[in-house]
Design a protein around this ligand. Structure first.
Ligand code: FPP
Length: 254
């Protein structure tokens, strides 16, 4: 293990391993356009996109980044053509079944956020089984946002808190940001320090709205199937050059 750590540090000498983000969130965008540019059906792009998921999961585990959260299917994605939705749901099952052994062997925990009950039963079962198998793993928490949206997350937290207020378990005055955060689907995770969106679009598209309050945003102009480890490392380099002030002035954080 010490050897493996040494080699990854040697491979990226300009990365400061003491200042790695604890949580990276990614909006994986551009699978469809990547496929179209090659005269192929959109699903071909999604299949290729699944390979990128593998690469980026690998590099996060190698570097020792403990949380990676991927926007895999939004609440808005149900509006896509039926066939694309069905194929995406099948692809998800295949990807989980194909990768789960290796995830487990590498001490990676599969996790999901979103309205999981709204997924087709077969997808939900594959996901729940994958999460059950890997629940004790601790090197990296790989979270798939599925049937997820940031507003949904905030509303479901508000509902849960309203119920506690109604049941007399908490006083409205006792509700603060920390208490609210504990009711979001990301309750046990640190907020992401980095949000990446591929494909050159400049939007956050209803992803982790509360949690990205202080995240550094990176918009990378390559389609998700082409996003590789070197793009990811470049984001980390740029992140380490940025000054994060959290409302303070430069002198206060030095
Ligand atoms: C965005 O590209 C991609 C998605 C909405 C789905 C993401 C799915 C995968 C990467 C496949 C498998 C996932 C896992 C977790 C194994 P797009 O379709 O919006 O592309 P476009 O903007 O070019 O149309």
């Amino acid at each position: 293990m010490a050897e493996a750590k040494k080699s990854i540090r040697d491979k990226y000498p300009d990365i400061d391993f003491a200042k790695l983000p604890q949580h990276v969130a990614i909006i994986m965008d551009g699978n469809g356009r990547w496929a179209k540019a090659r005269g192929k059906p959109r699903i071909f792009g999604h299949r290729q996109g699944a390979k990128t998921v593998r690469r980026i999961t690998e590099i996060c585990a190698e570097l020792g980044i403990p949380y990676l959260t991927l926007y895999a299917f939004s609440t808005e994605n149900w509006r896509r053509p039926r066939e694309e939705v069905q194929t995406l749901m099948r692809l998800l099952i295949e990807a989980i079944q194909e990768e789960i052994d290796e995830l487990d062997q590498n001490d990676i925990r599969l996790n999901a956020i979103g309205d999981i009950d709204g997924l087709p039963p077969a997808t939900r079962h594959a996901l729940i089984e994958g999460m059950r198998r890997t629940r004790d793993n601790s090197r990296l928490c790989l979270t798939l946002a599925l049937n997820y949206s940031g507003r949904w997350d905030i509303v479901q937290a508000a509902k849960a808190i309203a119920k506690k207020v109604g049941d007399g378990l908490v006083a409205p005055n006792a509700i603060d940001e920390a208490y609210f955060s504990k009711h979001l689907s990301t309750a046990d995770m640190p907020d992401p320090e980095i949000l990446i969106r591929t494909s050159g679009e400049y939007r956050v598209s209803n992803f982790l709205l509360w949690q990205i309050a202080y995240a550094e945003l990176f918009f990378v102009p390559v389609y998700w199937p082409d996003f590789d480890k070197s793009h990811f490392i470049q984001v980390l380099r740029d992140f380490q050059k940025r000054e994060r002030r959290f409302g303070m002035i430069s002198e206060q954080i030095r």
